[in-house]
Design a protein around this ligand. Sequence first.
Ligand code: NAD
Length: 234
Amino acid sequence: MRPIENIVILTGAGISAESGLATFRGPDGLWEGHRVEDICTPEALARDPVLVQTFYDARRAALASVEPNAAHRALARLDAGWKGELLIVTQNVDDLHERAGAQRMLHMHGELKSALCRRCGGRSEWMDTLIDGPACPACGAPGGLRPDIVFFGEMPYQMERIEAALEDADLFVSIGTSGAVYPAAGFVQTARHYGARTLELNLDPSAGSHFFDKTRIGPASRLVVQWVDSLLGG
Ligand code: NAD
């Protein structure tokens, strides 16, 4: 078996659950009380912009009251200490990986702390609310900003970079994701196809659990710390 040099890590809402952020599909199948099709599609934004902007404004504001947990910190430690290639691909729109200190990472589904201009396509760092229709910092157009979130039916960010990393990966690790949202749910098969070993760390087995060489069940704060310690020899 080839040695592990290149690692790709996919994270989902489960890694932020112990920081106090609700996952997408809680026990009631809703995200913070909403059906995903009412808040997470371009049609929803066109139909009810007040609902969608208010929802994401609230999610952005909620980031101020949460902190990275032990799992985010462990991945940041791995990022700093791992000599080979490493890429953390997060589906999360929170900023907890970067606040923990991770650097080799990307947000494939966008970020709460970013606004996207529907007029010029510019992406601007955004800490405030969008419901009041502020002007785009890039083009100056008023009222065209929307949350910089990849809605269902839209193309995730940086897919070429992700595909290239998956092709080169010796190890693919999926953490805290239900495996219900494509294309992220298919990354395990791509990584396997190119010869990577695959590991799942999750509270419940995901939809694609059978694609992984190994699945460990438990909270991310415990499993991720153990896994990082074993890799770094800590
Ligand atoms: P999901 O809600 O569909 O699944 C969450 C998964 O995490 C489940 O498999 C669950 O068993 C697991 N989990 C829950 N608590 C855990 C814990 N303590 N430790 C380990 N695993 C735990 O989430 P998903 O697959 O990421 O859904 C995709 C979409 O949800 C993403 O596109 C993302 O943008 C959006 N989302 C993001 C956030 C966030 O940024 N924090 C929060 C909610 C939803």
